[in-house]
Design a protein. Sequence first.
Length: 169
Amino acid sequence: MKTTPTADKCRTVHAMQLRRMLTFAVMLLLGFLVIVGRLIYIQVFQHEDLLSKAQEKTRRTYLRETERGEILDRQGVLLASNQRVRILCANLAYIDRYNEPMAKAIAECLGVDEVSLRERLELQYVKVKGREVLDPHVRLKVKVTHEEFSRLQDYIAAYPFDPNHDQLH
């Protein structure tokens, strides 16, 4: 059977379109593989480096110089000064289940009375706009010394999920 020139032309055009589509599909597949390969490289080989960079951005300790002088009332009584003071606060929303063991550990670290500390660790309500609202933040001690603060940090670092641990350093 003889083919006409238009049929031959249609077949070549069809073959060319098929070849272009296959080339495009291969290029698309290669691009996808490059992206997947890069993601795998980042997740597997750069995981530790990127994790440390992310933690550096979210965990920081700032020590800033105060920019004010002493604040006095009109009788000359000192209200505020430029001294740095560490204040230990407890968030009762996090430690409510462990009040007694936490009171014991904090009392040992700070050298304060455990019974009074335990009472302060009870949930407290304050009035806000006429309604009683839970106040989860409690000041446990003002002017915490560097040694007391270090002991607390060591205790928390060593036993972050075990407030029942009785032995402090």
